[in-house]
Write a protein that binds this ligand. Sequence first.
Ligand code: NOJ
Ligand code: CA
Length: 688
Amino acid sequence: MRSFFHVMGLICFAISSVHATHISVSSPDKRITFTFSDANQEAQYSVEYHGSDLILPSKLGFTFEQAQPLYHHFKVEEISRHSNDDKWKQPWGEQRIIRNHYNELVVKFTQINDANRHFSVRARVFDDGVGFRYEMPDAGDVAITRELTQFHLADSQRATAYWIPGQSQQRYEYLYRETALNEVGLAHTPFTVKYETGTHVAIHEAALVDYAGMSLHFLERGKLEAKLAPRSDGTLVHKSGSFHTPWRTITIGNEAVDLINSYIALNLNEPNKLGEVDWVNPGKYIGIWWGMHIGKFSWGAGEKHGATTERTIRYMNFAAKHGFDGVLVEGWNEGWDGNWIANSEIFSFTKSYPDFDIKKVTEHGKKIGVKLIGHHETSGGITNYEKQMESGFALYQKHGVEQIKTGYVSYGQNLKVVDENGVMRYEFTDSQPAVNHFINNVKTAAKYQLSINTHESVKDTGLRRTYPNWLARESARGQEYNAGWSKPNPAEHIPMLAYTRMLAGPMDFTPGIFNFNYTLGNNSGMDVGTKELRRPISTLSKQLAEYVVLYSPIQMAADLPENYEAKPAAFQFIKDVPTDWEETRALQGEVGDFVVVARKEKKHRSYNGRDWYLGAITNGEARTITVPLDFLEKGMAYEAQIYRDTHQTDWRKNPYAMIIEKKKVTRADTLNVRLAAAGGLAVRFKAL
Ligand code: NOJ
Ligand code: CA
């Protein structure tokens, strides 16, 4: 009997495969084909690139807490097709005009034995990748316990993956790992894969709203499955009525820089919901910040208190003198004394320490044209923050503040949310309740015409298109890790970020450290550890190059004013470089090795919209880059103001050695420059 059923099973399998329906849609340039099928009566999709398999048949579906799963006995049916080719404008960004060009296919997977049970999947295929999302019918209240979406990468034995661990203690603040694809564990997205052929793939998501963030979990050879961050009750996502998921995105290119030059995640987000956003301003800032990280000042009260009225006014004067828009002040409000990471429930968002007078500093700032940049550290106390959020915003608005940096320092599944029954729950940064909090924070801020820069936030998924007041996030290891309280970021960190974290959106990395000889920070309340090498693994030129390579509409000059005053020639580049761009072109590079990016400034305020900038950063290896300047405008001449490493520059022994030279160039010229190990290159092409 057993073998009879076995044989019958094989026959059924053969029949269902033979009768499987395959429905495809290709990219406008036909290089990418996305196919839905019901082979084996499963809901499946696959992707071909240049006529070869890229994503092998991969499952789609769900399981629920108290409902039948949606994962087999499916038949697929075409519902609709649609094509789009238009352009839209970003109010600020790395690229002012974005083309949204795709072919769309919507299919419905219906259960063979129960036509009432179905879901649809909408796929959009662009020339540089695909996005698809589930669209679920109303099934009342449901709790998702598993999203079965798989990504079965072909030729996995010839693929290398670049990734950070998902759902772990330090949120997104990890060093990138380079492993064989088949050695991945649980990884955050953007998750980048490089093939021996040069094909590069990045898996991520777009428009993460009222859902849990997706990590990728390795199943077997080349096969990864979505793993959503759980809620504190152990389920993944609570939904009521019809809903759709975020878009699952697969960006595809022939070389590493194609990933950077893709805008599919922004295209898949909804247009601006805030209307006129002329109150959202990109810009540059300094702050009472690095001083705390290196132990010179403290956040909390006492003789080292950083956020004093007197110091803020001094920093504002420095900002005005050198053309910065704002001064960030951390530690001005009550709650920092003692172990501030553990004391999330005592933060006040309205009461200042006695030595900080918000009225006085903002009135002074107004006179000299410098804004105070607000700060809300929550230490993960979400409910404590939400209770005070509006009064905190109102206070800032009253004093003319335009931007707030927020923070959620707390380990792993440790964001504190009081539920509807008054019970304190502990949630992951990328869980559904936290995702909703971050969006609520940004939407509420918009009511007060405030913009937000979220630290320790869930990853970016392109929501800046919908909420342009969400200027930047951290969500990775930033410069702060070089301050002394941790092992510093290794030399390859920035060439890793460029092809991974930065694919998600702007990062508040906080570049521009000019003095590498500071003492070990010891009052930050963070893990201090041993006194081994604790400083940026960097040359001075690399610190400048970061302003071009790491895109953010708000860039900090992170070091202390006196350290900029000590190196005025290098500081000039930070003063010149814009943070809002007409156009961006990632030109050359390899994941984790090096990256070369050119950007054209946007015509805006004091920028005439004619200059180009270039940034290049290498890993721990010195290398010479050869860059044709054919991105420059035809018929124009430029003065190239070049800030580069010298042959003597050595990040350990001679990091500040830098040549600043000026040359006349046109688009017919080629730049040949040697980057020192852990070095970089920054260029302003000033239109003549
Ligand atoms: C972590 C943030 O990333 C950092 O910039 C900030 O100074 C501290 N939290 C304190 O809020
Ligand atoms: Ca941080």
